[in-house]
Design a protein around this ligand. Structure first.
Ligand code: MGD
Ligand code: MGD
Ligand code: SF4
Ligand code: MO
Length: 727
């Protein structure tokens, strides 16, 4: 008889990092119970953390390794799959060299697993071709912070945001993307008179509540940020003492801001002079200001530059290093911060130490006992291009739905078809897996021990709730098994052994130990040897040799231009209930039943002009591909800007069939938010705005060789919830 168990875990979805207890019996989850002890969320969670777990028992879980034979996937034993994978990797390396293989790590996986993935790429296989999905989102923000302040992480804690008297949110939609964090803002705004300034194209939850809502033209945020910074400097509304004592580069910054007059900003951004002045006045009036930003800033060609402009504004006004101030580049995935911290990037080893620094390499060579490659490797974007160029022959993807989430999906999928070897390690038979030669079944977070690092740099432990489903294995074990097949002497018995090694090498994690993270205890990096952590960064100095922050001049990169026929701008992003392409959330019947298949939000003006009604079926055609879906007419969007959630399950509706291969020049983060299409009306009216009825899941189930068909009813469809469900 199974006993009732209570196990602490950390949410597998977003970067807020909520933690809670899972009550279970056998493989059944009885309830999810948050705790006052939970450092990021206390008793709050959102709908995903509370109800989003049934996927772990989905009959579609991968339970055995699969090998492609004669165009079909056949289940095989672990022994056979590992031997096959190792021999193919060895062969490719012998034939084309170590740099002909790329490795994609997973922000869904633990720190320990991410550490092993980059160690596998570097120490076992001999290449720096390693990346993770922060390339798709946060890298530009990290770049902006590293240039100006030093560390690529939020400067304070979620708790600090509530203490600010002005919160500025730029190109982020926390009510859906970081729900529990947004409730902190809403509460402070309502109860404590906190002021809220939002810059966004779309009237989302926080925009609708804001004291001032700016609606700039897409991709022009840098211009209004620079104009406001310039105006603040002109008026002397800056923190002279902070500037003098804690920063360098003011003269260069001042000179670089010369072109950014209010008149220029009005012309480029479409914002009124009045709103620009009100913005400056609100900032001047604030004693403690934080700026939150996310994909509306980073997923543009100028993502790094705009992120830098945000940091400049914070530094000029002295809003860094005190509670209630600072920079919050909201991290997306549960462990995207950790994946970066662990060195899953072509240029950085764990703790952001550069691979091209001989002293750093020497430290790792001593620890790992092998010579390490010194040339920086390929990032995600360059890997795809290198496959097309015939230079990259093999790819190992752990926990990333790259075929659908990378931009210009047709281009990416065409690259996958050219690979000699594609290894996919996932919990489900994803779209990406359809291109694989070998599919390795992994365990999701509930089936393993480890740590995640949330958006506040907070490291938290998760404990195993269930045994692995079928023959699936935790990612860290798969990596160890494979490394041993390839001759490495990896003997980790438990993730805590891996963390001990991380702490011995990465300065930021120096004092991190499992016993210091027992239960709900947590640590925010940098963690000193004695276990003292750092909830608030830069209280005394910035981690540059002179201890001062650097003001950095920036240049505006106008968004890409499209031919005149592509006259509709496609804003895109998240919806509350689903996570990305929905490999997990659409397999939670409770959520999938409640929430729709996707839709495109169209403004009343555009619908009237094109002669269609709510519920119409429209086709969006970009230079790179097309999608067809139902429209919902709403004033959340305006004019020729439509909004398309990326959270579709149905392959052919994925927004990335529309996006291009353009990217941020510095970091290669895709310009996902720069999309234009031609809108064609397929049916001028239709079932409104719900997409009624049933649909077939397009994913063939490899083990049974049949199409899985499910019938889900969606009775009460509301695309945007006013109040995200709080429990
Ligand atoms: N429910 C749910 N939560 C998630 C995720 C999920 O899939 N589902 N994914 C997680 C991940 S990985 C990430 S990275 C985060 C992302 O978190 P967010 O960045 O909040 O997510 P997006 O929906 O992409 O929101 C971007 C916002 O930018 C706005 N925007 C677009 N273009 C511009 C522009 O040019 N200027 C300005 N000022 N605004 C613009 C959009 O209107 C939108 O409101 O969410 C995380 N949380
Ligand atoms: N147009 C457009 N495209 C975008 C974006 C956008 O705003 N607009 N946002 C981009 C951003 S910011 C991101 S982060 C990406 C998100 O894209 P992804 O990171 O690919 O998204 P997920 O679906 O959350 O996770 C990927 C896979 O991990 C698997 N998985 C879950 N847990 C585990 C585990 O423990 N182990 C293993 N091995 N696998 C696991 C899931 O089944 C899923 O297939 O999308 C990007 N694409
Ligand atoms: S806010 Fe994020 S971390 Fe918290 S329960 Fe929701 S998805 Fe999970
Ligand atoms: Mo992300």
């Amino acid at each position: 008889m199974a006993r009732v168990r209570r196990t602490k875990t950390v949410c597998t979805y977003c970067g807020v990092g909520c933690s809670f207890d899972i009550w279970s019996k056998g493989r059944t989850i009885l309830k999810v119970e948050p705790s006052m002890e939970a450092p990021a969320n206390q008793i709050s969670t959102c709908v995903k953390g509370k109800f989003g777990w049934d996927f772990v028992n989905s009959p579609e879980r991968l339970t055995q390794p699969l090998l492609r034979r004669d165009g079909r996937f056949v289940p095989v034993s672990w022994e056979e799959a590992l031997a096959f994978t190792a021999s193919r990797l060895r062969k490719l390396r012998a034939q084309y060299g170590p740099d002909a293989i790329g490795y994609i790590s997973s922000s869904k996986c633990t720190n320990e697993e991410n550490y092993l993935m980059q160690k596998f790429a570097r120490a076992v296989m001999g290449t720096n071709n390693i990346d993770n999905c922060s390339r798709y989102c946060q890298t530009p923000a990290t770049e902006g912070l590293r240039r100006t302040m030093g560390y690529g992480g939020d400067t304070g804690s979620i708790h600090d945001i509530a203490q600010a008297d002005l919160v500025v949110v730029i190109g982020a939609n926390p009510a859906e993307s970081h729900p529990v964090l947004s409730t902190r803002i809403r509460r402070a705004h309502k109860l404590h008179g906190q002021k809220l300034l939002v810059a966004d194209l779309r009237k989302h939850d926080l925009a609708a509540r804001a004291d001032l809502w700016l609606r700039p033209r897409p991709g022009t945020d840098l211009v209004w940020l620079c104009a406001v910074t310039r105006y603040l400097l002109e008026q002397g509304w800056v923190d002279e003492r902070f500037l003098a004592e804690r920063t360098t580069g003011l003269a260069e910054l001042r000179a670089s801001l010369a072109p950014y007059t209010l008149a220029y900003a009005e012309q480029v951004t479409g914002l009124s002079r009045r709103d620009l002045l009100r913005t400056a006045e609100m900032i001047h009036a604030a004693k403690r200001m934080c700026v939150l930003w996310a994909m509306g800033v980073t997923q543009h060609r100028g993502g790094s530059e705009t992120s830098t402009a945000i940091c400049n504004l914070l530094l000029v006004t002295g809003h860094v290093g005190r509670p209630g101030t600072g920079a919050y580049p909201l991290r997306g995935h549960n462990n995207v911060q950790g994946a970066g911290d662990m060195g899953c990037a072509p240029l950085y080893l764990p703790g952001y130490e550069r691979v091209d620094d001989p002293a750093v390499r020497a430290k790792y060579e001593r620890a790992w006992g092998v010579p390490l490659p010194e040339n920086p490797g390929l990032d995600n974007h360059l890997m795809v291009e290198a496959i097309h160029a015939g230079k990259l022959k093999g790819l190992y993807i752990m926990g990333e739905e790259m075929a659908l989430v990378d931009s210009n999906a047709n281009h990416v999928q065409a690259a996958f078809r050219k690979l000699d070897l594609l290894i996919v390690q996932d919990v489900f038979f994803s779209k990406t897996a359809q291109f694989a030669d070998v599919v390795l079944p992994a365990c999701p977070s509930l089936e393993k021990d480890g740590t995640f690092t949330n958006t506040e740099r907070r490291i938290q432990r998760l404990y195993k709730v269930f045994d692995p489903f079928g023959e699936s294995r935790p990612d860290w074990q798969i990596l160890c098994d494979l490394a041993r097949q390839l001759g490495a002497d990896w003997r980790y018995q438990h993730p805590s052994d891996i963390m001990a090694e991380i702490a011995s090498l990465a300065e930021l994690y120096r004092g991190v130990r499992y016993d210091r993270l027992e239960g709900y205890r947590s640590l925010q990096w940098p963690v000193a040897e004695n276990g003292i952590d750092t909830p608030l960064l830069y209280t005394e100095r910035f981690p540059f040799p002179d201890g001062r922050a650097r003001l950095c001049p920036v240049t505006w990169q106008p968004p890409q231009a499209f031919a005149a026929e592509y006259d509709v701008h496609v804003n895109n992003g998240r919806m509350l209930e689903h996570f990305h392409e929905g490999n997990l959330t659409y397999r939670v019947p409770g959520i999938a039943a409640k929430v729709p298949q996707p839709y495109v939000e169209v403004s009343p003006e555009l619908a009237a002009e094109r002669g269609f009604a709510d519920g119409a079926k429209v086709r969006l055609v970009s230079p790179f591909g097309e999608v067809e879906l139902r429209a919902t007419v709403t004033d959340r969007v305006q004019g020729n800007q439509v909004y398309l959630p990326m959270n579709t399950w149905r392959d052919h509706e994925a927004v990335n069939y529309l996006t291009s291969s353009e990217c941020d020049e510095v970091t290669h983060t895709p310009a996902y938010k720069e999309v234009a299409v031609r809108l064609e009306v397929v049916e001028p009216s239709g079932p409104s705005p719900v997409v009624h009825g049933n649909f077939r899941l397009g994913h063939p189930h490899p083990q049974r060789g049949v199409e899985v068909e499910r019938k889900w009813q969606r009775p009460d469809y509301r695309p945007l919830v006013d109040e995200p469900p709080q429990v």
